[in-house]
Design a protein around this ligand. Structure first.
Ligand code: HEM
Length: 441
């Protein structure tokens, strides 16, 4: 085998990148094979990040994952190191455009919404969204979230003795919530739903990831065009009313799609995996039932422990720099393992364990810094409402199969589970529960 010296290989890599960029970009959307080393932060053992991710944190909290086309891919698994990278927009760019030449008919400049853009574009677009995501604005959605959650629990209950909570509950709830938020008309939702949920699947490489992006964006492009004429009540209508003159339809659809992308599969995975954890920890289910601070603590610990978004958006070094003792070259990719950093002892002692009574620290489930999740408050509202409703209505919820028979996602940015068969036995009415004690009196 021919072995190249590092400078030569880097030179070739840069030549390839430059050539590809001048001919339309290194097209990640055409790459269909994922190198083995790259898979490490996206695979797990059950609910735990792979042992190798933990081992990497024990050794250096930053290490080189792989070397491709003369560029290094670095993996950050330590908690303080992860925060430092995520907060640093001077050294790193999120702009992935030079690496994606096409995504179906999606214009390259609007790929991935906010997550793949840098200031000043990012600042401007994010500034348009944040007012819609304040607690006060979101409060209007709370009654609808309650209705949706209870309706889907009815559906799950009616499915029979055993129901699949992924199908009946975990996906339908955030789907409907996001449609409400965006203002997608009721009659168009089925078409939207049919576009599928697996947007973060890496098993087909960039081809799957970027190809899937185009369908829902095209759909939202239509919704935007319709609402130009008659703005609806949701986020799309509000953006058209307040900023319609500054925004082109394609930007609006890109923003809406980024919200859909950011909020759907992530929340669905949290609902499914969170319920799985609660079936294994009845004490946590009881805390969730009580509501208030105890419910909040359960939700925060689930977010930390599960870390369903396994890595943050990739960061690209803007220039040669030092990263906790490593020489990072301009263009190198830095991947921050959020699920790894969330299990760091420097964040929480006994971090590998799920403990809903611990003091919630500043976990990284929603990221950190400029690109921190815009929808975190909405996600929390959904999770609190859903877990409390399950705990109140089905305090004896149990897994209806052996844990060994569960199928988890094999290679996805968002970790998840294919199905979750559970037995939902309704709670005894309070009067019936209280009856024996009254008789004793
Ligand atoms: C439990 C559910 C959720 C989790 C775990 C989650 C997690 C994350 C993470 C880790 C990031 C990237 C941080 C980074 O790279 O620095 C992110 C970004 C984002 N999320 Fe979420 N998210 C969730 C729900 C939502 C919801 C409900 C919405 C909207 C409805 C949403 C919208 C977004 C958007 C638009 C971004 C890009 C922000 C930016 O780049 O400025 N997410 N989310």
């Amino acid at each position: 085998m021919v072995s190249l010296t590092a400078p030569v290989s880097r030179w070739i890599g840069r030549r390839l990148l430059t050539r590809a960029a001048s001919s339309g970009g290194v097209d990640l959307s055409r790459i269909s094979v994922v190198p083995k080393a790259f898979k490490v932060p996206f695979q797990r053992e059950g609910l735990d990040p792979r042992v190798r991710v933990g081992a990497r944190r024990e050794r250096p909290p930053v290490s080189r994952l792989m070397h491709v086309f003369g560029l290094n891919v670095w993996l950050v698994t330590g908690y303080p190191e992860a925060r430092a990278v995520l907060a640093d927009t001077t050294s790193y760019s999120n702009d992935i455009r030079p690496m994606v030449a096409s995504a179906g008919s999606t214009p390259v400049h609007s790929i991935g919404g906010l997550g793949f853009t840098d200031p000043p574009v990012h600042t401007r677009l994010r500034g348009l969204l944040t007012p819609e995501f304040t607690k006060r604005r979101l409060a209007r959605l709370q009654p609808r979230i309650e209705q949706i959650v209870h309706h889907q629990l009815d559906v799950a209950q009616e499915a029979g003795e055993v129901s699949d909570l992924v199908r009946a509950f975990a996906f339908p709830v955030p789907f409907q919530v996001i449609c409400e938020l965006l203002g997608v008309p009721l009659e168009e939702r089925e078409e939207f739903r049919a576009m599928g949920a697996a947007r973060f699947d890496l098993s087909q490489g960039g081809a799957g990831l970027f190809g899937a992006a185009s369908k829902s964006r095209e759909f939202l492009f239509q919704v935007v065009a319709e609402q130009r004429a008659e703005p609806g009540d949701g986020l799309i209508g509000a953006l058209i009313r307040d900023h319609g003159d500054e925004l082109e339809d394609v930007d609006l659809a890109g923003l809406a799609d980024g919200v859909f992308l950011g909020g759907y599969e992530t929340s669905a995975s949290m609902l499914a995996l969170g319920t799985l954890v609660l079936t294994q920890h009845p004490e946590a289910l009881e805390l969730a039932r009580r509501g208030g601070a105890e419910l909040d603590a359960v939700v925060e610990e689930l977010l930390r422990y599960l870390g369903v978004v396994q890595t943050a958006f990739p960061r690209f070094a803007r220039y040669d720099l030092e990263l906790f003792g490593h020489e990072v070259r301009r263009g190198d990719v830095v991947l921050v393992s959020l699920s790894g950093a969330n299990r760091d002892e420097r964040l929480a002692s006994g971090a590998v364990r799920f403990d809903p009574t611990r003091e919630p620290g500043s976990h990284l489930a929603f990221g950190h810094g400029f690109h921190r999740c815009v929808g975190s408050e909405l996600a929390r509202m959904e999770l609190r409402t859903a877990f409390r409703a399950i705990a109140e209505r089905f305090p004896d919820v149990e897994l209806a199969c052996s844990p060994d028979d569960l199928t988890f996602r094999e290679l996805s940015v968002v970790y998840g589970i294919e199905s979750l068969p559970v037995r939902l036995r309704p709670a005894q009415p309070r009067s019936a529960v209280d009856a024996p004690s009254r008789q004793q009196l």
